[in-house]
Design a protein around this ligand. Structure first.
Ligand code: GNR
Ligand code: NI
Length: 168
């Protein structure tokens, strides 16, 4: 297993639209294991393939307290179950150090494939609903900073660019 490098905003590769997964093979299983290891090492609750520069529609999540309930969603789709929005202070491993409030539908139904290519459905609320929508945004080249004001986004971009220059 290996820990993968996570791309950081404003890397243009985070803007790519991911392609559906069509092949369920050993290579996909290795990618899933590596993404889970990367997510746990970074102490995130989710990770989209886009963030590790793999532009396939695949994401991993673990919203459990004990960090022992990994979930894999391949080619995920969400249906909004309730128009009501819930607010969360969102962070992102690709926007390290910044947290801002984002509103999203509070209840969704997810349809996805598992690692074997079998379809399943799952209803999600609260942090899981927020997280899966945040991850699917990544697969569509979107980041939580896109929901903020231009001013806030530019400030975050400037601070991260400065950090990147320092460590380059
Ligand atoms: O670790 C993460 N925490 C988080 C908190 C609130 C809303 C969304 C998230 S996802 C984030 C990990 C990440 O960047 N996934 O793409
Ligand atoms: Ni993220």
């Amino acid at each position: 297993m290996s820990i993968l490098q996570i791309l950081e905003f404003p890397d243009p590769r985070l803007r790519k639209i991911a392609e559906p997964v069509t092949i369920f093979d050993e290579k996909l299983e290795v990618l899933i294991e590596d993404m889970l290891e990367t997510m746990y090492a970074a102490e995130g609750i989710g990770l989209a393939a886009t963030q590790v520069n793999v532009h396939k529609r695949l994401l991993v999540i673990d919203v459990s307290e004990n960090r022992d309930a990994p979930q894999v969603f391949i080619n995920p789709e969400v249906d909004i179950l309730e128009d009501e929005l819930s607010e969360y202070d969102e962070g992102c491993l690709s926007v390290p150090g910044f947290y801002e409030t984002v509103s999203r539908p509070c209840a969704v139904k997810i349809t996805a494939l598992d690692a074997r290519g079998e379809e399943f459905e799952q209803e999600a609320e609260d942090i899981l609903a927020t997280c899966i929508q945040h991850e699917i945004d990544h697969l569509n080249g979107k980041l939580f900073v896109d929901y903020l004001s231009t001013l806030k986004r530019q400030r975050i971009r400037a601070k991260l660019e400065k950090e990147h220059k320092k460590s380059a």
